[in-house]
Design a protein around this ligand. Sequence first.
Ligand SMILES: [Zn+2]
Length: 148
Amino acid sequence: MVYNRTMSEPADCIFCKIAKGEIPSSLIFEDDVCMAFMDIFPVKAGHCLLIPKKHYTNMFDVDPEVVAHLGRRLAELTRKVNAAFKPDGVLNIVANGVGAGQEVPHLHIHVIPRNEGDEFRFQFPKNYRDEMAPREDLDRLARLIGES
Ligand SMILES: [Zn+2]
């Protein structure tokens, strides 16, 4: 099975099919609202996903109450991955939209155990801390976001 890199309609949504049991998954846990299962294309062993069972594209359209529930279960899943693998750290990633790297158009949170020297890297640019942003810029952007 190959993930389509373009956004598909909910009728074709692979995560909806997993949520309905139409496509098998290696389930970690589930409840009425969400489920956690292993990513079939893990960037490393232990890479898993948390999804809402109901279709939401991403953070732009999801019900905030569902996000609250996902947040509680995400903490639990992250701690379980940490306990199971005892990695150097655990990464949580949500991509919202194709431009952010979202490949499956059904909200999902990646949970990835990380170790020093992993092939998989999630890194800010090397020199990003060389120059602190001017406070006036930060204040302006904070207002822009806050008022949007
Ligand atoms: Zn879906």
